[in-house]
Design a protein around this ligand. Sequence first.
Ligand SMILES: NC(=O)C1=CN([C@@H]2O[C@H](COP(=O)(O)OP(=O)(O)OC[C@H]3O[C@@H](n4cnc5c(N)ncnc54)[C@H](O)[C@@H]3O)[C@@H](O)[C@H]2O)C=CC1
Ligand SMILES: O=C1[C@@H](O)[C@H](O)[C@@H](O)[C@H](O)[C@H]1O
Length: 342
Amino acid sequence: MTQRGTSEELRVAVIGTGRMGADHVRRIQQVISGARVTAVVDVDAERAKAVAAPVAGCAAYSDPAAAMAADDVDAVLVASPGPAHEAALLTAFEHDLPVLCEKPLTPDAASALRVLEAELGLGRRRVQVGFMRRYDAEYVKLKALLGTGQLGRPLMLHNRHRNVASPPGFTSAMLISDSVAHETDVTRWLLGHEITAVTVLRPRPSANAPDGIQDPQFVVFETDGGAVVDVEIFVNCGFGYQVQAEIVCERGTARIGEGHAMVTNMAGRWGGTIAQDFTDRFADAYDRELQAWVDATRQGEVTGPSVWDGYAAAAVCEAGVRALEEGGRVEVELVERPALYR
Ligand SMILES: NC(=O)C1=CN([C@@H]2O[C@H](COP(=O)(O)OP(=O)(O)OC[C@H]3O[C@@H](n4cnc5c(N)ncnc54)[C@H](O)[C@@H]3O)[C@@H](O)[C@H]2O)C=CC1
Ligand SMILES: O=C1[C@@H](O)[C@H](O)[C@@H](O)[C@H](O)[C@H]1O
């Protein structure tokens, strides 16, 4: 048996083999290089077996701790639901395994802080958080443009985030904690600001929203750099998956997310197609995200969104859910940023 961390390819355990986990297994096996999946884990043992079956040398587990203790696992990809992330991360730390953890890091600020303190206890970063928009070509271009300073100081950022339909069990709070979680990260990353306060406006719900779900919502962030950011989140828009952003700066604006792969001209009309979900719109971003994680991990490094980013996003989302449920403007409280994350 090869010793941990010394194999040529990174041997990955994927925890959670639902939609994202199964897609990441496919990605590791078929799309990116430098890694293979040697273990999959799901509390639904049949699902784990079904995902493991076509992968040579891949064992199926129903207990994450058992997979992480296996000799042929060098790294962990966590794709279970958010409430299960803390336990998986803390177990990975016990086994000194590097982790790519799907967003959210954890569902609330207190649990995210526990993860942060545990990583601080290790004295080095072990976790990359799955905020994949940082790997999307359009967002990367926008970030690079802002970095040149040509547009001047950012004043406002307008975001639109639309899903065709929300999955079963999706709640009004999840529009923020599950979906707007991405805009919290994009805002912090693009602007380099922390979000200090959240306000949520509640338009009359769409007739297409499941009963009792407040959809859409209009979320406003204030930042410590003086910017104002809005997010339209609409998860039952019916027509397509759209993620768009427009930054307004002192000397100009820039807009992303409106690209159509192909525009047709036919029978007196022009048009294109709209992606139907994130696996389509962000396919390249997920590929680049995983390749970057594998490459860095094989070099013994950790790059990309950190546990601090995951904690800050959790704190903003928690404030957002309070603003949604109680009304008014809710301030975001963060602990002091530790040196490890500066
Ligand atoms: N970056 C992105 O754009 C997206 C990220 N996500 C994130 O990916 C994660 C997974 O989401 P989906 O795949 O959509 O969920 P899913 O519900 O399709 O799959 C989750 C799987 O985890 C399993 N599971 C539940 N508890 C577990 C535990 N303690 N240990 C092991 N397996 C467990 C379930 O049986 C299920 O098979 C979530 O954190 C979610 O927020 C989801 C969609 C898009
Ligand atoms: O992360 C994601 C989902 O969990 C979330 O539910 C969707 O709204 C987002 O568009 C998707 O990127």
